[in-house]
Design a binder for this molecule. Structure first.
Ligand SMILES: Cc1cc2nc3c(=O)[nH]c(=O)nc-3n(C[C@H](O)[C@H](O)[C@H](O)COP(=O)(O)O)c2cc1C
Length: 194
């Protein structure tokens, strides 16, 4: 059987920060369980915001010419998406939000054109979230969770798991939380299973 294919996206603007470290742990687990994983760092790409011109209403494709096209094709093809992001002002960082908003074309495909993205055989499409926030406040992850839930729904993926950790702020703070890194490993393992 074909291995499960996973796209792992680090959306933090800070390289090798807390959420990228969590992502790397989940990627290592998924690879060790036989998945085919591609990790990308969003800041290496040029993905601008949605311009609300509604050109995607014509055929479910975005007409803005930047690197979004690369993500569009990958989102169509992969079995799993694992997105890692810090909390910024109780929400997803702007870089991740730009990518999410550009997926309005998938929203058009699904809800206006009634075209769904099929699972590959019996491998159900699934999405996962890894997140960190610097403070310890109630509802820190509510915004991120809501955006990602709706995002994965639009991509015909089940929101299948998350690891969210608060009070992790400075670069490297995550290393003081082996339990969280273990949870990220377990999430990666789960993402590799069909
Ligand atoms: C612009 C900005 C906004 C932030 N807003 C929040 C917030 O609302 N809640 C929170 O808990 N942490 C907030 N933080 C802290 C980060 O979420 C935290 O440092 C996180 O560990 C960064 O993860 P990274 O190293 O993967 O980028 C903010 C940081 C920045 C730079």
């Amino acid at each position: 059987m074909e291995p499960v294919s996973i796209l792992a996206i680090s959306t933090s603007p800070r390289r090798n920060g807390n959420t990228e470290t969590m992502l790397d742990r989940s990627v290592a687990a998924a690879e060790s369980f036989g998945a085919r994983v591609e990790k990308v760092v969003l800041s290496d790409f040029n993905v601008g915001p949605c311009r609300e011109i509604y050109a995607c209403e014509k055929n479910g494709e975005c007409v803005i010419k930047d690197d979004f096209d690369i993500f569009y094709r990958k989102f169509m093809a992969v079995d799993r998406l694992v997105m890692a992001m810090p909390v910024f002002f109780f929400s997803v960082p702007a870089q991740a939000k730009a990518l999410v908003d550009r997926c309005q074309c998938f929203w058009v495909r699904k809800y206006k054109m009634e075209k769904t993205i099929p699972d590959r055989g019996n491998i159900r499409r699934r999405g996962y979230l890894l997140s960190a926030g610097g403070y310890s406040k109630p509802h820190t992850f509510d915004g991120v969770r809501k955006v990602m839930k709706y995002f994965y729904m639009t991509l015909d993926m089940d929101f299948a798991g998350e690891v969210c950790v608060e009070a992790v702020d400075e670069k490297g703070d995550i290393d003081k939380h082996p339990d969280v890194l273990k949870a990220a490993w377990d999430l990666g393992m789960a993402s590799a299973t069909p």
